[in-house]
Write a protein that binds this ligand. Structure first.
Ligand code: 13P
Length: 340
């Protein structure tokens, strides 16, 4: 028997076709996003942008959890309410990214291993005190000539399981994110094979280290053609391959699979999620999107407070489109109808 608190948290995050807003860009990553819209990445601009997202009226109807970065969980809204408290007051579960980033793996050129286990127990305790009830750790797997190696998959899976065990001990639901990157020239079949190996290694370690899968969420890539592959699989093929692949390696005990968008456009990420839900599986199949929920909002905002309302509308629209995709009820028609 496990912890009811963990089960309740996991269930709340993906209840009623809801998904997750990944707003946990590190200071380096958000700078890249701000550079693209010509906004200086100051602490106040980062706070103002997260304030815009988290105070969007009604977004809680479609978003069950928000992942924050260390700086963000310590910041407050314009009215001085700490962000974690603001989110919880709307019924949105506050989450926190706890890895410290993917580093080059010694002895394995082209491969990465994610760091952040040292001192993690104490950090999790602090984050729980700040209101976080779930966490995220991202492993990065690269497809290339002779990679990923089993050594890279095993090292990342081991770290993911150690992180997950510490989270569950601290009362936080671990989001286990082994991301197979989508930007190479590989076919969908190669993505399937690498995703299978990655998930197999990950669940082996989760099992070995006694992780309670009922209190865990999986955040994977879709099984998809690499961005530079000349033969791009259509949504129906992506959906069937993703569900078939996961059926072979992801236990039904996992209450929710929340996909990352991984560089897909906003509409692509929605369309593919919708197709995946039309196939369906034994888990809730939802989203934990960063770029695919924020791209339009970010450009609409452009750092100008006069654009906050329009940017919030853009964010709300994407959140609603993705919740429709979780229900398998999205269509190009509904996307157009609301955009028009
Ligand atoms: P994207 O949806 O932009 O891939 O980001 C999700 C995320 O949190 C990656 O860790």
């Amino acid at each position: 028997m496990g912890s009811q608190e963990l089960y309740d948290t996991a269930a709340a995050i993906v209840a009623d076709d809801k998904g997750i807003l990944a707003a946990d860009e590190s200071t380096g990553t958000i700078k890249k996003r701000f550079d693209a819209i010509g906004v200086e990445s100051t602490e106040e601009n980062r706070r103002a942008y997260r304030d815009l997202l988290f105070t969007t009226p009604g977004f809680e109807d479609y978003i069950g959890g928000v992942i924050m970065y260390d700086e963000t969980i310590r910041q407050s809204a314009d009215d001085s309410t700490p962000f974690a408290e603001l989110l919880a007051s709307k019924g949105v579960v506050p989450g926190i990214k706890v890895d410290t980033g993917a580093q080059d793996m010694a002895g394995f050129p082209g491969e990465k291993v994610t760091e952040g286990l040292d001192g993690l127990r104490a950090r999790l305790e602090e984050y729980y005190g700040l209101g976080a009830r779930f966490a995220k750790w991202r492993a990065v797997i690269t497809i290339g000539d002779g990679i990923p190696t089993d050594a890279c998959l095993d090292a990342n899976a081991h770290a993911l399981a150690r992180y997950a065990a510490l989270c569950q001990e601290a009362g936080l639901v671990p989001i286990v994110e082994p991301e197979v990157l989508m930007d190479a020239d590989n076919s969908l079949e190669v993505c399937w094979e690498v995703t299978t190996r990655t998930l197999h290694a990950t669940f082996d370690e989760l099992y070995e280290q006694g992780i309670d899968l009922h209190g865990t969420l999986l955040k994977p890539n879709m099984v998809i053609s690499g961005k530079k592959c000349p033969d791009q699989a259509p949504p129906e093929r992506i959906a069937q391959a993703t569900v078939d692949c996961f059926r072979g390696v992801v236990p039904a005990a996992v209450p929710g699979i929340v996909f990352l968008s991984g560089g897909q456009s906003e509409v692509e990420a929605t369309e593919n999620l919708n197709a995946i839900n039309q196939v369906g599986g034994p888990w809730r199949l939802s989203f934990s999107y960063g770029r695919a929920l924020q791209a339009s909002a970010l450009t609409t905002w452009g750092g100008d407070s006069a654009n906050v309302e329009a940017a919030q509308e853009a964010f709300l629209h994407r959140a609603r489109m993705n919740a429709l995709a979780v229900a398998g009820d999205w269509s190009a028609g509904v996307e157009q109808a609301v955009t028009a």
